[in-house]
Design a protein around this ligand. Structure first.
Ligand SMILES: CC(C)(COP(=O)(O)OP(=O)(O)OC[C@H]1O[C@@H](n2cnc3c(N)ncnc32)[C@H](O)[C@@H]1OP(=O)(O)O)[C@@H](O)C(=O)NCCC(=O)NCCS
Length: 195
């Protein structure tokens, strides 16, 4: 599997069909304003009820430490979505660890969310396609992901993009005192559906 390049090519702006500009970019380091916007978007998504493992909103310092840490993990690639220039969401491409030769052909898409105030502008779709392009460009043949069964918008998004549901985890997550099932998906990335 190829090494991750220091900078992946930027995806073109999707245009501004609804009067908003949308961009998705890989983040290699944070400016103060970008990190603040990312933390604000993350907490807004957590408060609304999903998108991250967190169930409760986090202190700004905890989120900043988390995102700075993500940038240091070699297997993780962080992408952010911008609406009209401001970061409003993120997603991570997670490569398999080096010791996992048996699954070296498959990467994961994790922690995708858009702040509630920026939803419905096509950014999550754009972020997902960007992660797929990056994974394909790095030579991965398959992308795996999982969602809580309550995340209806995400389920509609991934199924519309051709993700195949292969399993249901009966006790996937616990939020608000309730145990929630999880849905597991994969998508073949290489042309012709070759795995
Ligand atoms: C899922 C989520 C990321 C979608 O973000 P978004 O930027 O609003 O999504 P988009 O505008 O790109 O919409 C893409 C598709 O998602 C689906 N979708 C989006 N909002 C939806 C809604 N409220 N109800 C049903 N489907 C919806 C549709 O299929 C939509 O395609 P369409 O516009 O052609 O109908 C966002 O709702 C979110 O952050 N939810 C909580 C976190 C989460 O569930 N993350 C996924 C875990 S990996």
């Amino acid at each position: 599997m190829s090494q991750i390049p220091s900078a992946l090519p930027e995806a073109p702006d999707s245009g501004a069909a609804d009067g908003h500009s949308r961009t998705v970019e890989r983040i290699g380091e944070f400016g103060d304003e970008d990190l603040a916007s990312l933390c604000e978007a993350t907490n807004a998504a957590i408060i609304e009820g999903g998108g991250f493992g967190w169930v409760n909103p986090q202190a700004r310092t905890a989120l900043e430490m988390y995102f700075r840490g993500v940038l240091l993990v070699p297997e993780r690639v962080l992408f952010v979505g911008r609406l009209d220039g401001s970061i409003v969401g993120s997603v991570q491409l997670v490569r398999p660890p080096r010791n996992n030769e048996a699954q070296a052909f498959a990467a994961r898409l994790e922690h995708s969310y858009i702040a509630p105030y920026a939803r419905g502008h096509g950014l999550a779709r754009l972020m997902t396609l960007r992660v797929e392009d990056a994974a394909r460009g790095l030579g991965y043949h398959l992308l795996n992901l999982d969602v809580r069964e309550t995340q209806e918008a995400a389920i509609a998004l991934y199924e519309s993009l051709g993700y195949i549901r292969w399993g249901v985890h009966p006790a996937y997550a616990r939020a608000g005192g309730k145990t929630v099932r999880g849905l597991h998906y994969y998508k073949v990335l290489q042309p012709g559906g070759r795995i």
